[in-house]
Design a binder for this molecule. Sequence first.
Ligand code: DGL
Length: 248
Amino acid sequence: MIGFFDSGSGGLSVLSQFRKWAPEAGVVYFGDINNAPYGEKTPEELEALTMLGVDVLRQRGATALVSACNSVSTSILAGASGELPFVEMTIPTAQYMKQFRGKRFLLLATPATVASGIYSRALEGVVMLDTLGIPGLAGAIEFGESDEKVSSVLAEALTQKAGEKYDGIILGCTHYPLALPALAPVIYASFGELAVIDPGEPVAAAAADAFKSEDGGAMRFYISKESDAFRARLKALFPDGSYTVEVI
Ligand code: DGL
């Protein structure tokens, strides 16, 4: 079974792409909604939560790990995956970004991801990277705030980059692609037409490539707190309903 880990719904944006590459892979997913959002926690808190999350997945049959969360990718790279082989967000993304060599990109991410410097290191010598940590945006998406609210959190944050010119944006939080219809108009209004990169695409492809798993395609979801927003997202992404959800 392939384990997917996120603070909540964000990893679903990676998983939904992974399913296209690996429809027969068995998946066990943990969304730690009780501790969400992760993106405003300290590195020590994130490391501890990552170790607990990996344990949850391992106990439920995961033999490999996809860190479908940017905020914990630093902990994963530092060893928090234990013995599980893993794919995290930044290494496949750096590979993918080589097609944009020398271009200028803005990373939108949680404050924890920006503070970790993980994308700046991964993309050094590949693209010119500016970064913006956005408090509150992942949480607003996780807890099902309205599109207006989600757009306004981003719009407010982007005022800090007014007048800047970029060739593209990197969505450095796996929650953001879930709210793209609300976020994209704000991005284009701020910077004009430009590339919007979802790292979930190369990460999903890398995971499907790394972990050859053909165990029937069953999906089991575990969440640490009941959430209608999570269940509604699952239903929208996987309408055939062939999965189970358990609150643990
Ligand atoms: N989706 C995660 C990320 O990519 C975590 C967001 C959060 O919980 O703040 O960073």
